[in-house]
Structures are given as C-alpha cells and as structure tokens.
Design a protein around this ligand. Structure first.
Ligand SMILES: Nc1ncnc2c1ncn2[C@@H]1O[C@H](COP(=O)(O)OP(=O)(O)OP(=O)(O)O)[C@@H](O)[C@H]1O
Length: 298
C-alpha cells in the first residue's frame, strides 16, 4: 500500500489563454482509490488526460512507479476509461474484447472481462446495438483488458442504472483488494464517498482539499442537520448558533453543517415544537462539496 505509483509535481495546464490548473502537487499510492471531485469544467478530465499523457502538460513533472525521470507511460500498466467509448459498427462484444486483449502481453482472462461488467448476456451483441449504460460497461472491460495496475476512470457510471452502478463499485472494491489503484471522477458524490480512500477537490485550478472523508468532516463540520422550522429565520440567525459552519435554505427546508450537534440542540431549547422532520446524520460529501463551492464563489 505504500508504494507510490504516481507523483505529480507542480503540473500546470493552459488552453490558449485559459489556465485550467496550476502547480498541482500530489501523490497516489498503490491500492488507493482516489476521487477527483470538482464542478463542471473544473478540469478533472483535463487532469486525467495530462496524467495519462493523452494531452501534453505545460509545466511540471509526473513520475510513475518511482521512476526518476518522466517517461512515456506504459499503457499496459496504466489504463484509462474515458467518458466516451467509440461505437464501432459490425463488431461484436466478444470480438472487440478479444481484439483488445490481443494487444497485451498479459491480459486478464476473457471470461473475467465479461463477468466483471456483467456483459455475459451481451457477448454476441453488436457494439452499436448496446445501450448507453451497456456501452459504459464495455468501456470498462476494454480499459482493464491489459490487466493494468493503475486505472483512471472518468465518470465511469454516468448513464448506468442504480443496480449496475452498485455492481460496478463492488467490482472496483474487489480489484482494489487485488492491489489495483484507481483515480476516479464522478458527479455521483454519494458513491465516491462510499468507495474512495481519499478525496481531492479541485476548485479554480487548485486543490482546496486532499484527504480522507473523515478528515474532510473534521475540517469542515462533522454533522448535517436537516429540518423544517415554522418561524422562518434568515441565514444569519442559524449561523449565529455556536458550531454551525454553513446554512442552506431551500423553501422552508433548512440544512446546517455543524461540528457540535449538542450546541445546536441547546440553542433550540424552548423551540422544539417548531422543528419538523428533524434528521441528524454524518456530513455527506455532497453537502461539504456544495459548501466549499459556495465559499469559493465569492
Ligand atoms: N481541447 C480543449 N481546448 C480548449 N479548452 C478545453 C479543451 N478541453 C477542455 N477545455 C476546457 O477546459 C476546462 C476544463 O474542462 P474539463 O473537461 O477538464 O472539465 P471537467 O472538470 O472534466 O468537467 P465535467 O465535470 O463537466 O466533465 C473547460 O472550461 C473546458 O471548456
């Protein structure tokens, strides 16, 4: 678990005049699942493309597997599942999997590649006839065909139904146990929260957070309290309660992030009859992310 598989030092990328990210430093260790989180256009895909050398960086260094120099990456050891999968005509699922396997020296067994993404029943289907979610699953099979150690997944579950997404993440957890490393982007933050060892949040070209979900909670508020309140009060009122870090109000529904639930309950004494549908739960990545985004809008 301690071997560094990727180390990025001060990497910068610009498209024409537009700076996408600047001087990013981070390392990824073997067996980690690292979630790359950011709003639309934050630069997640660009970062994956730079890390996998699909596009050049402007500045900085990227080292793979502790190699001293930045070399061309070994595509058998480092694979990427991009957002789009090419839809080839008149080629069956079985044929494309065999074809992609044939490019590798030590590919994963054919049956495993059908089994992991649950494609057995589509084995003889033409690629062009697959649904969007099935295409994604095939894209995953093709990405891991060479049996790579490091796998980049760019929104792998977009368009999949919820049961397919569940099975997908179960497969990722299984492959992690075998020592594979994943760097993954997704807008389904509740999924990343469950599966990721570490979360890196990209805002305006910089990482504003790089750590575990527990560290993020400690850093930004441990609990999320949601309720309706009869006597609608403004944000300033809720923020004045000790421990409250942020407030979101949508219609009559109030959501607070706090690092001390007891202080909130104390502040509510004498007003309990006004509190409706109260829920208290560990803070979610989604609400922490919204909070961080709001902070950086100003
Ligand atoms: N080839 C390109 N030429 C010019 N600008 C580009 C190019 N590719 C991406 N961009 C711009 O770079 C920015 C980051 O895009 P990127 O696709 O990396 O974001 P993202 O975080 O992956 O977004 P999303 O969550 O919507 O997929 C965007 O403003 C985009 O328009």
């Amino acid at each position: 678990m301690n071997q560094t598989v990727i180390e990025a030092k001060k990497i910068t990328k610009t498209f024409k005049e537009k700076r996408i990210f600047e001087k990013l430093d981070f390392a990824v260790k073997k067996g980690e699942i690292v979630a790359l989180v950011g709003e639309n256009g934050a630069g997640k895909s660009t970062l994956i493309n730079v890390l996998t050398q699909l596009i050049p960086k402007d500045q900085g260094e990227i080292h793979y597997f502790n190699q001293e120099k930045s070399l061309l990456i070994d595509r058998e050891r480092i694979a990427v599942m991009t957002q789009e999968t090419a839809k080839l005509k008149k080629i069956r699922v079985s044929e494309i999997i065999q074809l992609v396997r044939s490019f590798s020296k030590h590919p994963l067994p054919y049956d495993q590649l059908l089994h992991y993404p649950d494609l057995k029943e589509h084995e003889q289907s033409y690629m062009e006839k697959l649904s969007g979610g099935q295409q994604k699953r095939l894209g995953f099979a093709l990405a891991i065909a060479s049996n790579p150690g490091v796998i980049f997944l760019d929104e792998p579950t977009a368009g999949m139904d919820s049961y397919s997404r569940l099975k997908f993440w179960q497969t990722i957890a299984l492959l992690k146990k075998e020592g594979k490393t994943f760097i993954v982007t997704s807008h389904y933050l509740e999924e990343l929260e469950t599966v990721a060892d570490r979360i890196m949040i990209l805002v305006k070209g910089k990482f504003v957070f790089n750590g575990s979900m527990d560290e993020l909670r400690q850093n930004r508020g441990v609990s999320e309290i949601q309720f309706y309140f009869d006597d609608l009060k403004d944000k300033t009122y809720w923020l004045s309660i000790p421990g409250v870090e942020s407030v979101t109000i949508i219609n009559q529904k109030i959501k607070l992030i706090t690092d001390d639930v007891a202080l909130f309950l104390t502040a509510m004494q004498g007003q309990f009859e006004q509190l409706k549908l109260l829920t208290i739960q560990p803070n979610s990545l989604e609400s922490l992310f919204d909070h961080i985004q709001e902070e950086h809008q100003a």
